[in-house]
Write a protein that binds this ligand. Structure first.
Ligand SMILES: [Zn+2]
Length: 344
């Protein structure tokens, strides 16, 4: 745990897998009888529960007096939310994060989600008939999650009660006056926090130094990459000179370097995808384009299914973006979307 500023702490939690993901959790302990704030919860592992419990005891924070601001519903941010909610903490989240029963980047173990998954996979061209190997890997993973055989990033996010966050909502803890901002792009309903007086922003996964954040699409016509690009532009205008504390990696000064790097990477990927479709002699599924764009050799994808899912959903965002720009056309056959360059 590091004290970033007086009364504001950062805790780094891992998913327990070697050389793997870390997340920054921010804690604003309340003085005496005041409530405390935590931004996100970290992965759902026993180790993280233990670390956080010890910290809460150290700062004399009772679950009843704890507010948790969930930036978005991804396993690394929200994994422990039900654990805290069950013990009396008050959880805040944008309900837009719950708009679908199934999402490509987290699991919710209910029959509706599993039913929905079949349709989402079909949309991108993953079906039992077309891609049996990849299909089976998804089904195998479903079984593992149901049996809870892995204590890692594949853990499901269990349900929890929460208070809805809206744009501009105020959060005051100690000397910090935070305001909720909508950061649409990385997810549909991602929210961040800004402290104007201290010139601090907590943008979650929207802008990270050294990582190109994934914009993951699972459903057509959500225009996520459009929103993401717009958000990067606005962010730069509003928060120039602020210190940015993302949920991963280190803090940095908002001077335009990070968004410029991210935009360049996305535009390069868009160029690649455009070229793939231009040279194709037929309409392609999202899965096919993704595997070409990222160099997977067969329908199996990558050893890590999470990586395969991320690549497919990121490619889906890019294809939707090109489609919105009317550079490519989209047709639908038996639920499967097919993409091709207009007039090719
Ligand atoms: Zn995320």
């Amino acid at each position: 745990m590091t004290e970033l500023y007086p009364g504001l702490f950062q805790i780094q939690l891992s998913n327990g897998v070697k050389h793997s993901n870390m997340i920054n959790i921010f804690l604003f302990p309340g003085n005496d009888s005041c409530r405390s704030l935590m931004i996100d919860t970290g992965f759902r592992t026993a180790q993280n529960k233990k670390i956080m419990d010890e910290l809460l005891v150290k700062h004399r924070i009772r679950y009843d007096d704890l507010d948790i601001f969930l930036t978005h519903k991804h396993h690394d941010h929200t994994g422990l939310a039900n654990f805290y909610a069950d013990r009396g903490a008050r959880i805040f989240m944008n309900p837009e994060e719950d708009r679908h029963a199934y999402d490509c980047l987290y699991y919710n173990n209910n029959p509706q989600a599993l039913e929905e998954q079949v349709h989402v996979l079909a949309t991108v061209g993953v079906t039992e008939k077309r891609t049996p190997v990849l299909w089976n890997r998804f089904m195998e993973l479903n079984r593992m999650i149901q049996q809870e055989t892995r204590d890692s990033m594949f853990n499901e996010i269990k349900n929890y009660r929460y208070v809805s966050i809206t744009e501009g909502m105020d959060f005051r803890y100690g000397n910090y006056h935070l305001k909720a901002i909508h950061l649409k792009g990385h997810t549909f309903g991602q929210m961040g926090l800004v402290d104007e007086e201290h010139r601090l922003v907590f943008p979650a996964d929207q802008l990270i130094d050294g990582i190109v954040p994934i914009v993951a699409t699972a459903y057509p016509d959500e225009h996520l990459l459009n929103y993401y690009f717009k958000s990067l532009e606005e962010f730069q205008k509003l928060y120039a000179g602020y210190t940015i504390h993302p949920s991963h990696n280190r803090p940095y000064r908002c001077d335009g370097t990070v968004p410029a790097g991210i935009l360049a990477a996305y535009h390069k990927k868009l160029d690649t995808i455009r070229e793939i479709l231009q040279s194709a002699d037929r309409a392609m599924t999202t899965r096919e384009v993704a595997f070409w764009a990222y160099g997977a050799e067969d329908e199996y994808g990558w050893k890590d299914l999470m990586q395969t899912k991320m690549i497919i959903s990121k490619t889906f965002s890019c294809l939707e973006y090109l489609h919105d720009k009317e550079e490519i056309s989209r047709t639908c056959e038996d639920e499967i979307l097919f993409w091709r360059v207009e007039g090719a």
